[in-house]
Every structure is written in C-alpha cells, then in structure tokens.
Design a binder for this molecule. Structure first.
Ligand code: UDP
Length: 247
C-alpha cells in the first residue's frame, strides 16, 4: 500500500474499502503479535509537529488512515493528495462486520464504566453473529497492577480484535507499551470516542455535514469544550501553507 508523508506522518493512501480489505487479510493471516491501526487527524499531526517525540509512536502502526478532512486538505496543499478521509469509526464498524461474518471475536476496551457493555449490546443487536468476548472501561492506571489486571482480563477472553478507545494519545501509547503482552490478539484498533457513539451516548454528525467536510463543526457545536483542542486545526493548515511556500 502506498504511503504519503504528510508533515512527518506516513499515511496510507487508501479508501475505506481498501482499508477494510487490509483488515480482512490481516485477520486471516494470524500475525504473532497484533497488527495495529492508528487513525490520526490534523490535531494529532499538529501534536507531532509541536512535540516531535510523538512521530515514532504515531508512525509505528501497520495501517495509518487519515481520520480527518484537515489531513486530506493538507495533502492537497502539498500536491501529494490522499484519496479521501477514512473515518476510524467507519473502519471500526467495517471490522465488526468482518468479525461477525468470519467468526472473529472482539473486545472493547475504553470509555466510562458501562459504556463498552452498552456498545457491545447495541452492536450485537446490529450484527447478531458478532461475538464480543469481553469489555473493560478505560479508567484504570495504565501501568502497574491495574494495567496487569486489564491485560489479564483481555488475554483470558482470547479476542481476535481489540478496540482500544482511551483517547489520543493515551490509546496509541498504551498499544505500543503493551503490544508484546497482547500476543494472541490479531489486530488492535485505536478508535477514540467510538464506543460512546456505538453505545448511543454521542451522535455522529448528520450525513450532509460529513459530505461537506464539516463533521468537526458539528462536533464543536455539540461539545464546545473541544474548541481549545480544535484550534490545532487552523494552526496546522496555516503551517502547511507555510511549509509549501518555503519548499
Ligand atoms: N477515555 C478513557 N480513559 C481515559 C480517558 C478517556 O477511556 O483515561 C475515553 C473517554 O471516555 C472517551 C474516549 O476515551 O470515550 C475519548 O474520546 P474522544 O472523542 O475525546 O476521542 P479522541 O478525540 O481523543 O479520539
């Protein structure tokens, strides 16, 4: 798969269908240690630009999809266009469908207590052949005894796919730190707030907003506390124009 470097992050230039095909192939290939999917948006690329020590972490995944219109816009500004935005939550749901069809089990890790269970209930209703091998909330210490207990719970459930939904960059750090300890899991996806959406607690933007590339605006209206984080987006785009003019 072609990779395109956008301001230091090596995005895969894939459509949602191509990313889903990669997931299906990866699950069929039975890797020794989990293959990893990260879904960076412009905010995360900006985080890397401001704190370059994050580059190796963000670039360590096996599949890196552009989960944001800001990254796609930047790719066009830099004359190295990515095909399209691929929302992490969409690939997450396609992966649920693949798991349901082929009998792979999944595990939901993350979000507030009760949310992962609620997401599991709603997604098994939608995909009746889906096996959710277990759930665990995301509010545990990410080292020491509590972390060991979470890892033990995951290992005991023997999931094929692990959804890690702890927010950025905690989920990427956690996957990297525990990749070896998760041998047996075939695929780990870092998917931010997906469990809140699947549980029915947070709504995704209406299709028109998504089509117009305004999902971020809808999210901002619903969750205004995101404004400070979202200010990274204009900063990222201005910086991208500056990088282009200086090249
Ligand atoms: N979260 C968690 N553990 C923590 C902090 C956050 O499980 O210690 C969860 C939080 O409840 C939410 C998700 O991580 O479900 C982050 O969602 P957000 O939409 O902010 O994702 P991001 O934009 O960071 O990808």
């Amino acid at each position: 798969m072609e990779q395109i470097n956008i301001r230091g992050v090596n995005f895969h230039n894939v459509t949602l269908d191509e990313a889903a095909a990669w997931v299906a192939d990866t699950l069929a290939a039975v890797p020794d240690t989990p293959r990893v999917v990260f879904t960076p948006n412009a905010e995360i690329v900006q985080l890397c630009l401001e704190q370059p020590e994050y580059y190796p972490l963000v670039n360590s995944a096996d599949l890196i999809i552009p989960d944001g219109i800001g990254v796609v816009k930047a790719s066009r500004i830099l004359d190295t266009p990515l095909k399209c935005k691929v929302a992490g939550i969409d690939l997450g749901e396609r992966t649920l469908a693949i798991a349901a069809e082929h009998g792979y089990s999944v595990y939901f890790l993350g979000a507030k207590p009760g949310v992962a269970e609620q997401a599991a209930a709603r997604m098994t209703e939608k995909y009746p052949t889906l096996t959710v091998a277990g759930t665990h909330d995301g509010y545990f210490k990410k080292e020491g005894e509590e972390n060991e207990a979470a890892l033990a719970a995951i290992r005991a459930a023997h999931p094929d796919v692990l959804y890690v939904c702890l927010g950025v960059p905690a989920q990427e750090k956690w996957i990297n730190a525990n990749r070896e300890a998760l041998a047996g899991v075939k695929l780990c996806l870092a998917l931010g707030g997906s469990l809140d959406v699947w549980a029915g607690n947070v709504k995704r933007a209406p299709k028109l907003f998504i089509k117009l590339g305004l999902e971020w605006f809808y999210r901002l209206c619903c969750e205004p506390w995101r404004l400070r984080r979202m200010m990274k987006l204009p900063k990222f785009l201005f910086g991208t124009y500056a990088a282009k003019w200086n090249s």
